[in-house]
Design a protein around this ligand. Structure first.
Ligand SMILES: [Zn+2]
Length: 323
């Protein structure tokens, strides 16, 4: 009897030890890190106009999302659905593919207007123009258009504009889709497309591999910032775009995130994190991560933001963009 008791004690001690060796790496009940993946500039962000290429980008991104069981959301610029003033059924079919593959759609403004450069009334028009087709597609599936993502993450360069837009979006039934893992993926994407046009497959591969490493470094940076501010890792929201870079490299990127102990969740689920109720008093021209906005609102200064990964110089050179 005594030996059974001792065996049980040892057994539970072992279990206990086993658990103790698994640090709670994230914020889920299972110790998993959690992330929502949001994809902007639908149907496709590309200078290549051929429909077959646009279809390729759409299908490859959707396949990567499905491979990793990502409940993704794509944000649409409806101006891209028109050719010479006519609604293009082909372009609309690309959006339909997102829905058919179980993804959500949100509004990203009709013409991708920059709120820093237009009036509130012009911006309101762009929001309303940007919802017509998407609303129709969603209502055919008994879904509602719920989220708005600001182009360039510009939410208002004056207090007056910021408040006016917040009020307008709320009145129209929109929830704002924030971003916590902001990044310069768009510079990599530009470089990648230039290398593609030049048929430089060696450079394409170099950029693609650097992209996956860079995105992991950015993610690690914002995990760290989150712990510095709140002592835990928040439910993160990643921003990427519907471009050729992600057609070819979203799959390895998501695999890397899996390896980093991430599970993928919907935007709605990410927004249940109480961090998204934090006060945001930031007003300015910059389109920055919500983590940065909250940090600035808490009075954090220069040194707090040190160590953010930069885009490699060779990528900036190929893209002809200085970060
Ligand atoms: Zn955009």
């Amino acid at each position: 009897m005594k030996s059974i008791f001792l065996a049980l004690v040892l057994f539970f001690a072992m279990i206990d030890n086993g658990l103790a060796q698994d640090p709670p790496a994230g914020n889920g009940k299972t110790g998993k890190r959690l992330m929502a993946v949001t994809i902007d500039d639908l149907p496709v962000n590309s200078i290549v106009r051929e429909f077959s290429h646009r279809m390729y980008i759409t299908e490859k991104i959707l396949q990567a999302l499905k491979n990793h069981e990502v409940p993704g959301i794509g944000f649409v610029n409806e101006s891209k659905l028109y050719k010479k003033g006519q609604l293009s059924e082909q372009e609309v079919s690309l959006l339909q593919k997102w829905i058919d593959n179980g993804m959500e759609l949100g509004n990203h403004g009709y013409s991708h207007a920059d709120y820093n450069n237009v009036t509130i009334d012009e911006y309101k028009t762009d929001v309303l123009e940007g919802e017509k087709v998407t609303k129709k597609i969603l209502s055919a599936q008994n879904q509602r258009l719920k989220y708005f993502r600001h182009p360039y993450l510009h939410v208002g360069n004056s207090q007056e504009k910021k408040v006016a837009l917040e009020k307008f979006l709320a009145e129209k039934g929109y929830e704002v889709a924030p971003v916590t893992i902001d990044n310069s993926e768009w510079i990599f994407a530009r470089a990648y497309e230039i290398a593609f046009m030049e048929k430089d497959s060696t450079m394409m591969k170099k950029i693609g591999m650097a992209y996956v490493d860079y995105m992991e470094e950015k993610t690690a940076y914002f995990e760290g910032q989150s712990k510095k501010l709140w002592n835990y890792e928040i439910k993160q929201i990643l921003l990427i775009h519907a471009n050729q870079l992600n057609a070819d490299y979203l799959d390895p990127l998501l695999a890397r995130m899996n390896k980093r102990n991430y599970d993928f969740i919907s935007l709605e689920k990410a927004l249940t994190d109480k961090v998204y109720e934090s006060e945001d008093t930031f007003v300015g021209k910059a389109g920055i991560s919500w983590i940065d906005r909250w940090a600035l609102s808490m009075g954090k200064k220069g040194s707090f933001f040190q160590g953010e990964p930069r885009t490699p110089q060779f990528v900036q050179d190929v893209a002809k963009i200085t970060e």
